[in-house]
Write a protein that binds this ligand. Structure first.
Ligand SMILES: Nc1nc2c(ncn2[C@@H]2O[C@H](COP(=O)(O)OP(=O)(O)OP(=O)(O)O)[C@@H](O)[C@H]2O)c(=O)[nH]1
Length: 511
């Protein structure tokens, strides 16, 4: 992979001009490749990713750590290596301090005894008191919590390679003047620090347990709780202490109590963020097959398209509108499509850009194989992709899929559509019902001891022909808009079928 990547011209990361409300439109951050030395003008509104000087400093003085942090250059040239993983250190805010306060001075000798009693009662009444009569003393503000929040407008974890430390603010101290008055307020509570990550981010403690899977927009997890604010204490001369203790418990008994006045420190945690793209449909195929063009043709996404391999460096997401024929059910038939970077032979071993992305198919329900029908040997191309999927995770071949024979506007493609369709349908067996599938799997594992742990290996030994055939093969030209509607119908029908296939499986799993 290294040689392939090195041979590519330099890359530049640019955000799309307008981030979308739904992640339907093109992801805000896409990677555009630009030939080195090219003087093509920069589109208005685009800017390069700014990586903080922390990273450049790290580059100047190499750290002894075994995995050096990526440099800004490698971030922009090889975003595919960094977009879906990052390690961050977060620190919640310390609690604000309380205060040691004295009781207001008593004026002596003025007025009659009755008047003095009255003033005393007035003073007592002006201080804030609890239901049991004890004085309410101000407390230090709570330190800021740190929360990781799944935000639809975010698309990658690249920014965390530029900045990997986040500190919440500390709580405010009690603004004490030395004497307790009713005017004293609690220290201000620091705001929660919300760190925005893309939907689908898994949050783990570094080398530790899973904290959350932020699979839906708006999901959030509290990762570091802010320190509690310190309390305030009353300081009294020994001779008055006994008397005052009857009025309030908030009296400093000895010097060690001063510790309570200090706010609690916040906590610091190192977290691993792992992005798993969330999409209903995954587009797979060799580089240049037309996956990005297909995404652009049926969604509002604007992925980079060019006639060289590996134009797509990070998954692009697009939202497929619901089926208008379904009336009110239109919205429930919406789907998210993920255009993954092209796979090549050996992708499961890390060749090309492939391996990084294969795991992003995990959360898809349906796969769409895009095959360049005008290529030299489209059937072999199709087999290559299937083989890579099988070697990475045989489950991917069990997943429902359709095949799109693309580029039928080209004469060399249109001439062999029926031949290719026939050949592709031959590569695959009839899909078993989910119950049958489950039964055969469980009987296998019951009969042969220890087999269950090797199910994956066994399935890897299965021939590609033994896995289910596509739900449909459709020939189109996504560039010229030929038979796009038929393709859309097939995708929607396949999505419905996925639901049907999953329902009995879910029921079987529940019972
Ligand atoms: N003639 C023709 N060309 C097409 C069609 N679809 C895509 N192309 C061209 O094929 C080339 C590759 O298209 P992309 O959409 O970038 O292909 P991709 O599969 O996303 O490629 P990677 O990003 O490398 O994975 C571009 O030059 C497209 O214009 C089609 O239907 N007909």
């Amino acid at each position: 992979m290294a040689s392939l990547v090195q041979s590519l011209p330099s890359f530049r990361c640019v955000p799309s001009p307008a981030p979308s409300l739904f992640f339907g439109h093109s992801l805000p951050l896409r990677c555009r490749r630009r030939a080195e030395g090219s003087d093509s003008p920069r589109p208005v509104g685009y800017r390069s990713i700014q990586c903080s000087s922390r990273v450049s400093r790290a580059k100047e003085s190499p750290s002894p750590s075994p995995s050096p942090s990526p440099t800004p250059a490698s971030l922009s040239r090889e975003p595919h290596k960094y977009f879906d993983r990052a390690v961050v250190t977060v620190r919640s805010g310390d609690g604000g301090h309380g205060a040691i306060l004295g009781m207001p001075a008593q004026e002596r000798g003025s007025g009659s005894g009755r008047q003095r009693e009255k003033e005393k009662a007035k003073r007592r009444g002006s201080l804030k008191r609890d239901f049991d009569g004890s004085l309410i003393l101000p407390v230090g503000g709570h330190g800021g919590d740190v929360v990781i929040y799944a935000d639809e407008a975010k698309d990658s974890l690249l920014e965390f390679h530029g900045r990997s430390r986040y500190n919440a603010k500390r709580g405010g101290n009690v603004d004490a003047m030395g004497v307790l008055t009713s005017q004293l307020h609690n220290g201000f509570a620091a705001p929660t620090l919300r760190i925005l990550v893309p939907v689908g981010t898994v949050v783990k403690r570094k080398r530790g347990k899973l904290l959350a899977d932020l699979a839906n927009p708006g999901d959030e997890v509290l990762v570091a709780r802010g320190g509690q604010g310190g309390i305030s204490l009353l300081e009294m001369p020994e001779h008055r202490r006994k008397k005052l203790m009857t009025l309030t418990t908030n009296v400093m008994r000895d010097d060690s109590d001063k510790v309570l006045v200090l706010g609690q420190p916040g906590e610091e945690v190192s977290l691993e963020l792992i992005l798993r793209v969330v999409a209903d449909v995954g587009l797979v195929g060799l580089p240049n097959a037309g996956k990005s063009t297909l995404l652009a043709a049926i969604t509002h996404a604007k992925p980079d398209i060019a006639d060289y391999p590996f134009t797509t460096l990070m998954p692009n997401l697009g939202r497929l509108d619901g089926d208008p024929n379904l009336g009110a059910g239109k919205y429930s038939s919406e789907a998210t499509l993920a255009d993954l970077p092209g796979l090549i032979e050996g992708a499961h071993l890390g060749k090309g850009l492939g391996r990084n992305f294969l795991r992003h198919l995990r959360r898809t329900r349906l796969l769409v194989h895009v095959v360049d029908a005008a290529a030299e040997d489209p059937v072999n191309d199709y087999r290559t992709v299937k083989e890579e999927l099988r070697m990475y995770n045989p489950d991917y071949l069990e997943r429902p899929y359709i095949v799109v024979l693309n580029k039928i506007d080209l004469p060399e493609a249109v001439a062999r559509v029926s031949y290719l369709t026939q050949k592709i349908l031959e590569i695959g067996s009839e899909r078993k019902s989910p119950e049958l599938e489950m039964r055969s799997n469980s009987s296998d594992s019951e009969n042969e001891e220890g087999l269950s742990s090797h199910v994956s290996d066994v399935r890897r030994d299965k021939e590609i022909e033994d896995y289910p055939a596509p739900l449909a093969v459709v020939a189109v030209s996504v560039l010229k808009g030929i038979r796009i509607n038929e393709m859309l119908d097939e995708i929607r029908a396949a999505l419905r079928k996925c639901k049907e296939l999953n329902e009995p499986l879910e029921i079987a799993l529940r019972s």
